[in-house]
Ligand binder design. Structure first.
Ligand code: FPP
Length: 240
């Protein structure tokens, strides 16, 4: 697709979905994983360049231990069972966040899946794990400060492009569309720098119900908008 290259999703509402059916929260996460598979496949068929999924935030570590363990196990299961098919479909994996904080078995499968899919180039599946936007910004600022003190760069060199290259998302285009499921009107510390001009789509649909047709609806909605990047309509139309 030409006008949409990168879609980012805050997958929210697994717990509420389970609660509505008097089931434990983990039941919602399990169903959520099925939607991950469906949306990844749909994005690949659509010809999207990048799909970013917020799977586990730096704050999610504070959830009950049993839920954290379940989510880690689910992630391991997803990577183990899907990596061959992802490779076959030309999907390259990438992970953003404080990956070192994850349990060793998850780190190991992450490394393996990165290696397995490293030559794929049809779509990038960018999974945010133990991710926090402020943490990402602080880590970039620290590296920039360090490179200034060693003389690698000078403060005058710091601009948008240079700053972007110090983020976890280095070389990934900014999201065109950010979808959040389950109706919460917040960004929750996701890609704070990258979403400066991103279009937002918030739906009441809970993540386990967010199927391909809900996804298509979000993209249709995006396609009906005019992105002006701070300019006026006539300027944008003149550039086309
Ligand atoms: C938010 O719902 C969801 C999460 C914190 C976890 C997302 C994980 C998955 C969709 C499954 C595994 C992911 C991959 C990439 C294989 P919530 O628990 O905050 O729901 P609530 O707000 O209703 O409580």
């Amino acid at each position: 697709m030409e006008n949409i290259r990168h879609i980012a999703i805050i997958m929210d509402g697994n717990g509420r979905w389970a609660k509505k059916q008097n089931k434990p929260r983990i039941y919602g996460h399990k169903e959520g994983m099925s939607r991950v598979k469906e949306i990844v496949q749909y994005s690949r068929n659509l010809g999207l360049d990048v799909l970013s999924l917020f799977a586990f935030s730096s704050e999610n570590w504070f959830r009950p231990k049993s839920e954290v363990s379940f989510l880690m196990a689910l992630l391991e299961q997803y990577l183990k069972s899907e990596v061959a098919e992802l490779k076959e479909n030309g999907v390259k994996l990438n992970f953003i966040g404080n990956i070192k904080k994850l349990p060793p078995n998850v780190c190991k499968i992450i490394e393996q899946s990165l290696r397995t899919t490293e030559d794929c180039s049809d779509m990038l599946l960018n999974i945010a794990l133990s991710y926090g936007g402020r943490e990402e910004l602080l880590s970039a600022v620290k590296s920039i400060a360090y490179d200034c003190t060693t003389g690698k760069i000078s403060p005058e060199d710091i601009n948008d492009t240079l700053f972007s290259n110090y983020l976890y998302t280095k070389s990934i285009p900014d999201p065109d569309l950010l979808i959040r499921t389950s109706g919460e009107m917040r960004i929750s510390n996701f890609m704070l720098w990258q979403i400066a001009y991103t279009e937002l789509y918030i739906t009441d649909t809970l993540w386990p119900d967010f199927n391909s047709s809900e996804f298509a609806k979000a993209i249709d909605n995006y396609n009906s908008r005019e992105r002006r990047f701070g300019k006026i309509s006539e300027q944008i139309n003149g550039e086309q």
